[in-house]
Design a binder for this molecule. Sequence first.
Ligand SMILES: Cc1cc2nc3c(=O)[nH]c(=O)nc-3n(C[C@H](O)[C@H](O)[C@H](O)COP(=O)(O)OP(=O)(O)OC[C@H]3O[C@@H](n4cnc5c(N)ncnc54)[C@H](O)[C@@H]3O)c2cc1C
Length: 287
Amino acid sequence: MKISELYKNKRKTLAFEIFPPKPETPLDTLFNSIDGFKKLSPDYISVTYGAGGSQRGRTVEIASKLKNHYGIESMCHLTCAGHSVEEIDELLAKMKEENISNILALRGDPPMDQPDFSFESGAFQYANELISHIKKNDDFCIAAAAYLEGHVDSKRLSEDRYYLKQKVDAGVDLLVTQLFFDIRLYFDFLDRCAQLNINCPVIPGIMPIFNARIKTMTARSGCSIPANLVLMIDKYQDNPEDLKKAGEEYAGHMIRELLDGGAPGIHLYTMNKLESTIEILKQAGLR
Ligand SMILES: Cc1cc2nc3c(=O)[nH]c(=O)nc-3n(C[C@H](O)[C@H](O)[C@H](O)COP(=O)(O)OP(=O)(O)OC[C@H]3O[C@@H](n4cnc5c(N)ncnc54)[C@H](O)[C@@H]3O)c2cc1C
């Protein structure tokens, strides 16, 4: 099923994002928790794609098992950085073969171990080109990424929004946001989208704070941390268990406020952590 259908009936959707375990780790370590995730009744689960195509087979394998074995609708992330058209088409064919209908189409980042990487080494330089290619040849539901504070590479917010509009017009059915910690950014962003005539659903991506490493993650991705959250992280920095609890509570409250404020659903970056996901949903009043 195309997940865009879910957003048409106005019910608040719940989506989880998971990632493939490291190559040396058996997939069963992930699958052991899928029954637990399923009990939380997600509308779908998205599976990330390793930068530069590492583990790309695993993304499709996991998404296929979610759909065809567990009966959970799934979405494959797909990045185009460094890939040839043939490599992309091979993956698209595999997804179709596995009955997968949903793709989160992305540009991707330069692989960490390739400092001289050039986006020109691949067939598509930006996500909008990948989206046009998929749209021209296939019938997938296509999601894309949105950055409430602008993508870290962008020199100007207006430029980033111009390219966002171009990307949506290439055939995007829904947008999923990068992590953020101030819900006002999300609602302001919806206003900007309306001004740009971007009318597809914009799903807030919620990243729980599990430990103080969130500071590095936000610095890399160009996201701000509100002052009250900085104080919270500092307060618990020597007490990881309390920081995790406070992070779960914060994420739960954000979800509640976003849904109450009219967000069409939630995309929760679970980091494959089942127990925390259960706690966050409790805090959000969804359990
Ligand atoms: C919800 C979500 C899920 C993600 N999942 C993954 C994943 O599974 N695997 C992974 O490796 N990464 C993932 N990422 C990270 C993503 O790959 C990076 O943020 C990447 O740097 C940008 O991808 P994009 O698709 O947003 O790029 P684009 O939309 O192509 O934008 C990239 C930059 O180029 C600019 N730009 C866009 N189009 C043009 C144009 N035509 N001309 C000039 N400039 C342009 C934009 O303004 C932006 O600054 C995810 C991000 C999000 C928000």
